[in-house]
Design a protein around this ligand. Structure first.
Ligand SMILES: [Zn+2]
Length: 260
């Protein structure tokens, strides 16, 4: 059995040929780089989230999250005017940092969420969702829907009234610390969705590569023989027409020849 799966010319096994020829494509390398970037950005985000939770001005806890983070600069002058923000060194800087991080994560996922939920359309940076298999699209939809069900809140506000789910929209009605919690959770989901999309794109790239290995081939003038893709390429390169192998569907059945 072992012998049968070795190339007749070079004697390499199927596994040896696969390993020998498993070269990453530039696209695969790019995807892996992007993935490690996402991983390190997520780690930074987690670390920052801790600092935000600790440093957020408690004096503003009754304020609306959206209002505070989109008007971070205004809170500089308030501190000077009445000391409202107490001992915190520069809360406006922290508020601005959160607003900036939100733009890079939450705002992007807000745009992508309706597309992921529907399972169709273009995901920014990844192209058409139809490119991916149904099971993958379902998985992404599940990530969004489970998150929204848990929070009872849509990731973004699509402006439509009377959502049949009864969910709240985006940051509507969230005070400072509740909004921060929601923002951090959506941000984490953003990185998880990115990772998932990159894994899916990588799988497509790997599957699209021609399979390398040993298969039983037919070379005219010979009985079917196991040949590896490397040796086949060499034979094709030599353009020996009668020697260009063709795929046979199954391993050959031994023929019984009657000798009279
Ligand atoms: Zn070979």
């Amino acid at each position: 059995m072992e012998e049968q799966s070795r190339c007749w010319f070079c004697h390499r096994s199927d596994a040896e040929v696969s390993a020998f020829t498993a070269v990453e494509t530039p696209k695969e390398r790019e995807i892996l780089q992007q993935k490690s970037q996402v991983t390190s950005s997520k780690a930074d985000f987690v670390q920052s989230a801790d600092a935000w939770r600790k440093g957020f001005p408690k004096e503003l806890k009754e304020f609306d999250f959206k209002f505070v983070t989109s008007n971070a600069d205004q809170f500089k002058s308030i501190r000077i005017a009445n000391g409202l923000l107490g001992e915190i060194a520069d809360p406006s800087k922290l508020l601005g940092e959160v607003a900036g991080a939100k733009k890079l994560t939450v705002d992007r996922l807000e745009k992508a969420a309706p597309i992921l939920r529907k399972g169709e359309g273009d995901v920014p940076g990844f192209g058409a969702l139809s490119h991916f298999e149904k099971a993958d699209r379902e998985l992404l939809r599940g990530m969004v829907e489970q998150f929204e069900a848990k929070w009872h809140r849509r990731i973004g506000s699509d402006g439509s009234r009377g959502d049949p789910s009864g969910y709240k929209q985006g940051f509507d009605g969230l005070k400072l610390f509740e909004g921060l919690d929601f923002m951090i959770a959506v941000g984490m989901l953003y990185y998880d969705v990115q990772t998932q999309l990159l894994d899916m794109a990588r799988r497509i790239e790997i599957n699209s590569k021609p399979k390398k290995g040993v298969s039983v081939l037919l070379v005219s003038g010979y009985p079917p023989i196991p040949l590896c893709s490397v040796c086949v390429d060499v034979m094709k390169g030599l353009s020996v027409e009668h020697a260009v192998p063709q795929q046979v569907l199954a391993a050959p059945t031994p023929q019984i020849v009657n000798v009279a």
